[in-house]
Design a protein around this ligand. Structure first.
Ligand SMILES: Nc1nc2c(c(=O)[nH]1)N[C@H]1C(S)=C(S)[C@@H](COP(=O)(O)OP(=O)(O)OC[C@H]3O[C@@H](n4cnc5c(=O)[nH]c(N)nc54)[C@H](O)[C@@H]3O)O[C@H]1N2
Ligand SMILES: Nc1nc2c(c(=O)[nH]1)N[C@H]1C(S)=C(S)[C@@H](COP(=O)(O)OP(=O)(O)OC[C@H]3O[C@@H](n4cnc5c(=O)[nH]c(N)nc54)[C@H](O)[C@@H]3O)O[C@H]1N2
Ligand SMILES: [Mo]
Length: 769
């Protein structure tokens, strides 16, 4: 049965497409065009002097942390010219824009009218400049004073039957200070309903690494990449999503590392890179990066690594003592015997067939890496968003354990995080399944008994709202509607709420698909100067490698009405919970050192926080796997037995990945081009293999509709253009968020509950009106 299509979320089912332009797929990433694109995006949003100030302080130790990705900055030396990339500059341009959404804007455009715009137009409209309120049955947002806004919030929250009827979502840009206060507020209010974007992102990595190594974070430092002999990059498109990683890979490659990219797509940055900061790079003369590209089938990674691991064990039998790290296995791991027995029963031809890489090629890879002892494995969303993601990640880690490649320089795990502080938010306790120690410390330090029952993660929150069990949704940043799966279903869930509240910088679709009443709380962004009592404040973030650094915005805020996130949370807490001497909200918002002191006594690893974070480059958090010990249940690193379960795709079905184009940041659309993939001026495309096009009787640039029929419900995304592309058979790729309507809410990864946005079963049919 088809659920009634909701117009507000389907303006992208357009009858008219844009005028698509196709070019060559790029071989080399970055270079001069990256510089030109940086300048264009900055100048479209602000004047030259604001743009100059913004870029000059980006990722500098006395500046602010890039609001783009979580890739680390060098510990020692920062380039004084540019310690950022093209896409970091786009993130800044988007945030630092001087276009303002004032009350006149909201008076002019109704919710219904704005809903007709595409995400690109919504995002480009400007920064939200004052608190806004949508009353019951209202057609337009109206401005209101902060005090009024807090009163509405407090009345709703305090009117709930239980605190568990509220949901407090967090996106990953929130600073450590704001995240700590936010979880404190939610728990003091009485709920662990603290879902976050991590639930849709690296949750599978956290679960896998936690069970296997005793720590949910990666183990390597940036310097380790320069020492590594082999670097695997799986399910990641760094040329677009972590461009500064390419400089590190270039250096690693020059130092002799063999770089192996595992990806269904031949992503541009993975083959060659032209450093825009060097002369040859500006001329487009690129350095080779990866030595080997393995075009796996979607979700073929577990089978590939089972094959690699089995072959490594067989090589050890041929050359005892030369291939595996027997000492490490004996002293530091658990379960090798059983693991080996299990692998020996696996059929190599079947594994090769499942991953789509010929056995001869896998053998070549094993030949190349078999004597290497310093291996780093990097991965991102191509691995975490499948049904069996947790086990797939465990199988990669098994390789590191066989080789003793963890807990020493040049080796280890490197889950490459997305949002710039997503890792820090979790460290601060943004987690629906709080650790016992956190609850104990909160009780001791803040004099209340925090709720013990686990809260809802993202998918559970949607289901609970859909059932009508949760009635208030608050988003600390992010774009919940567009980032989550099954858009129609999620829209209904949000629309059932009594109140939806978004703490935001920019307008997005979640502001248009609301509860019965809605509030928008506008806040300072990362690049904005934050003054409290006339004193400049800074916040701190944790990057993908566990470094805590300060971040201080430099730009004059576009409106005097904006609050910082810490100030906003304190004011919400005072309105909702009333004054409380054990939680001195006023002191916290007056001076962020006081928040850091509270973090220091609550979260391990933050000793001398205020002092150490003022040191050049900040400080590393302790990391047991990096230090070579594994606080798991067995007190050892655990080998894990994994089972492949090949997808059974019917002849008329295809397996779809939903990925990012070069011109977007998650649900924020910077532009309509995907330069490296040679696609311009259109996002409604489906990348398809020639043979599949023939089998489905589809021509290049043919208009099609995409369907998913899981759980007896029809989901449709209309009007896409077929593009012939180098992608394995039966695999197709589209951009997120346009195709999130097709991702079934019930299709989640085992153990991590992450939506399976990288294995969506679809049918492709010729477009019908
Ligand atoms: N400019 C920019 N930067 C960003 C973001 C952004 O949107 N724009 N988003 C940020 C966030 S939150 C995140 S999480 C990261 C995301 O960074 P990525 O994980 O690089 O993002 P995706 O575009 O989802 O790319 C997934 C990659 O995995 C591949 N892939 C898909 N399925 C499989 C599979 O089954 N196996 C293998 N081996 N590969 C597969 C795809 O071809 C693609 O190259 O980037 C962060 N940085
Ligand atoms: N199909 C599919 N779905 C996916 C993914 C996928 O690969 N495929 N990836 C998933 C992943 S990895 C992630 S992380 C999620 C992302 O999910 P979210 O984090 O929820 O989404 P974003 O698009 O990053 O959020 C953008 C919004 O954040 C607000 N914002 C930006 N900066 C700030 C700030 O400094 N403060 C505040 N308060 N607000 C700010 C702006 O209003 C902006 O519109 O999406 C997930 N969804
Ligand atoms: Mo992410």
């Amino acid at each position: 049965m088809s659920e009634k299509e909701n117009k507000a979320i389907h303006p992208e089912n357009p009858e008219k497409l844009k005028d698509i332009k196709l070019g060559k797929v790029y071989k080399t990433a970055a270079g001069f065009e990256a510089v030109a694109s940086t300048a264009k995006h900055i100048l479209e949003e602000m004047n030259v002097s604001r743009g100059f100030i913004a870029l000059q302080k980006l990722n500098q130790v006395d500046g602010y942390d890039c609001p783009g990705c979580a890739w680390p900055d060098p510990d020692d030396h920062r380039s004084s010219i540019a310690e950022y990339c093209e896409n970091g500059a786009k993130a800044v341009a988007e945030e630092a824009t001087t276009k303002i959404l004032d009350p006149a804007f909201f008076k002019k455009y109704s919710i219904a009218e704005m809903s007709d715009w595409d995400d690109y137009k919504i995002g480009k409209s400007g920064r939200i400049a004052q608190p806004m309120y949508l009353p019951k049955n209202g057609t337009h947002y109206q401005p209101l004073a902060w005090d009024e806004a807090f009163k509405i919030l407090a009345t709703h929250l305090n009117g709930l039957e239980t605190p568990d009827e509220a949901i407090f979502y967090t996106s990953g840009r929130t600073s450590n200070e704001a995240a700590f206060l936010y979880q404190l507020f939610a728990r003091a209010f009485g709920t662990n309903n603290l879902p976050d974007c991590s639930n849709m992102c690296h949750e599978s990595s956290g679960v896998a690494l936690g069970e296997q190594l005793g720590i949910g974070k990666g183990s390597v430092k940036l310097e380790d990449l320069y020492e590594a002999e082999v670097i695997f990059i799986l399910g990641q498109n760094p040329g677009t999503n972590h461009p500064r990683m390419l400089s590190a890979l270039e250096k690693a490659h020059k130092n002799g590392a063999c770089i192996i990219a595992v990806n269904p797509l031949p992503e541009t940055g993975l083959s060659a890179f032209a450093d825009p900061q060097s002369v040859s790079g500006m001329l487009g003369i690129g350095t080779t990066i990866s030595n080997i590209h393995l075009p796996v089938k979607i979700n073929g990674d577990m089978a590939l690594f089972q094959a690699i691991n089995k072959l490594l064990i067989l090589e050890e039998e041929k050359e005892p003592g030369k291939i595996l790290d027997k000492k490490f296995i004996a002293e530091d791991t658990h379960g090798f015997g059983e693991y080996k027995n299990h692998l020996m029963q696996q059929d190599l031809d079947l594994l090769a067939g499942t991953c789509g890489i010929p056995l001869s090629k896998i053998k070549e890879v094993v030949e190349t890496i078999k004597y290497s002892n310093k291996i780093i494995t990097c991965w991102a969303m191509g691995l975490t968003q499948h049904k069996n993601s947790v086990d797939t990640i465990k199988e990669l880690v098994n390789t590191l354990l066989l080789k003793g490649s963890i807990g020493k320089p040049g080796a280890g795990t490197c889950p490459v995080r997305g949002h710039s502080n997503v890792q820090g938010d979790r460290t601060m306790g943004i987690y629906e399944k709080p650790w016992d120690w956190l609850l104990e410390n909160l009780e001791r330090n803040f004099g209340f008994i925090p709720p013990k029952e686990y809260g809802h993660d993202v998918v559970d929150s949607i289901e609970a709202m859909h059932r009508g069990e949760c009635k208030i949704f608050m988003g600390m940043g992010g774009n919940f509607l567009s980032a989550t799966p099954d858009t129609q279903y999620t829209a209904k869930a949000l629309q059932q709420c009594d109140l939806t509240v978004h703490v935001s910088t920019k307008l997005n679709r979640s502001h248009l698909v609301t509860g019965k009443e809605a509030l928008i709380f506008p806040v300072l962004g990362r690049s904005d100067e934050d003054l409290q009592n006339g004193e400049k404040q800074f916040v701190t973030c944790e990057n993908s490698m566990g470094v805590i650094q300060r971040s201080q915005g430099v730009l004059k805020p576009i409106s005097e009405e904006l609050l910082s996130e810490p100030e906003l949370i304190c004011k919400m807490a005072i309105a909702v919970l009333k004054e409380n001497e054990k939680i001195p909200w006023r002191k916290y918002m007056g001076n962020y050192d006081a928040i850091r002191d509270a973090i220091e006594v609550t979260i391990p690893g933050f000793e001398d926080y205020n002092k150490r974070v003022r040191n050049y480059g900040g400080f590393y958090l302790p990391n047991s796997a990096r230090e070579g010990y594994f606080p798991t249940e067995t007190n050892k690193a655990n080998f894990s037995i994994t089972h492949i379960s090949p997808f059974h795709i019917k002849e008329n079905e295809l397996l779809m990945i939903t990925i990012r184009s070069h011109d977007q940041y998650n649900t924020t659309i910077y532009g309509l081009n995907d330069r490296y993939r040679g696609i311009k001026n259109e996002r409604r495309v489906i990348l398809m293999n020639r043979e599949d096009m023939d089998a489905h009787n589809l021509k290049h640039l043919e208009q099609v509709d995409l369907f998913n029929f899981s759980d007896g419900r029809e989901r449709v995304a209309r009007n896409f253009l077929v593009i012939e592309y180098d992608i394995p058979k039966q695999c197709v790729a589209t951009y997120f968020p346009e195709t999130n309507v097709l991702v079934p809410i019930k299709s989640v990864a085992e153990k991590s509950n992450t939506p399976t946005s990288k294995s969506v079963i679809i049918e492709v049919r010729k477009h019908s009106k």
